[in-house]
Design a protein around this ligand. Structure first.
Ligand code: NAP
Length: 261
């Protein structure tokens, strides 16, 4: 009689939530957990469970991986702006019949005193900037700087985890740092660099929200890049607890006591 393999969960990672989910699942006996990382960050830190790094080769490559590694459940815990990976995950889950949960932390909401300017894309943000100020704090990640490269009349303070590469705007100061950041530090940074306007993606979450409070306190405008939509028909949950509960209701994972931390 052949033994059933250990249930296997694949987490598409790159976020704090993915790390927390891996830690929770890896601590459960009788469960195999693999986190997949894109490999963009040189020192991603330690992760509980197994780790694989690098692209799968599109939706077909991911589908092959799910079949070959006998994955019982897929969790897309990528960043809300990792649109391609999320689309690939939805397609691969559908063609292989793998149950999939999409972890999407809630987006940020403007409150009283906020001066937010929502835009659909980095290009939209670049179009708005010359109307809002001369000194820009750009926190949209190092890979989207090309959209701002033509804005030679503006000064950019850019903060990213890894140093950005060209194309990038000519008048630029780079800070490499990883959150979380405090409101006091963000306020001091905005003052020190005499920032007129902040640009951010609507990433959501607490780790990088302090800049929004600091901008509000200093009455600075904020250009907010809206999130891309989730693929049609996918199941989204807002946090790790909800993902664990949903996983716990899947046939192969029932009985493992998966409930939130
Ligand atoms: P993307 O544009 O959606 O993905 C581009 C390609 O990178 C995907 O098609 C896939 O290659 C590969 N990839 C992405 N995430 C992967 C993962 N977790 N495991 C294996 N391959 C992955 O993604 P991105 O915006 O470049 O983001 C890359 C990673 O950084 C994501 O994991 C995301 O969670 C994290 N991140 C992104 C942002 C952001 O603002 N976009 C911010 C913070 C963290 P194949 O098609 O070959 O499989």
């Amino acid at each position: 009689m052949s033994r059933r393999p250990t249930p296997h969960v694949l987490i598409l990672g790159g976020t704090t939530e993915a790390r927390r989910l891996a830690a929770d699942l890896a601590a459960r006996p009788g469960l195999r957990v693999t986190t997949s990382l894109a490999g963009r960050v040189t020192r991603p830190g330690t992760l509980a469970g197994e780790v694989r790094t690098g692209g799968f080769g599109g939706p077909e490559g991911l589908a092959d991986w799910l079949r070959e590694r006998r994955v019982d459940a897929l969790v897309d815990a990528t960043h809300p702006f990792a649109e391609r990976m999320t689309s690939n995950a939805a397609q691969a889950a559908a063609v292989t019949g793998t149950p999939a949960v999409f972890l999407r932390r809630p987006g940020w909401r403007a409150g009283p005193g906020d001066d937010w300017h929502p835009v659909a894309s980095l290009t939209g943000a670049a179009g708005l900037l010359p109307h809002l100020g001369d000194r820009v704090f750009l926190t949209t990640g190092r890979l989207g700087l090309a959209a701002f490269a033509h804005l030679s009349a503006l000064h950019f303070l850019v903060r990213s985890v890894e140093p950005p590469e060209p194309p990038r705007p000519p008048d630029i100061r780079v800070l490499t740092a990883r959150g979380p950041f405090t409101v006091a530090d963000e306020t001091a940074l905005l003052r020190e660099h005499r920032i007129d306007v902040l640009v951010t993606k609507d990433s959501g979450g607490a780790a990088t929200a302090a800049k929004l409070t600091a901008a509000r306190d200093l009455a600075l405008p904020v250009v907010v890049v809206r999130r891309p939509p989730l693929p049609d028909g996918v199941w989204a949950e807002p946090d790790v607890r909800a993902v664990l509960e949903r996983l716990g209701r899947l046939g192969r994972l029932e009985g493992l006591g998966l409930t939130g931390p």
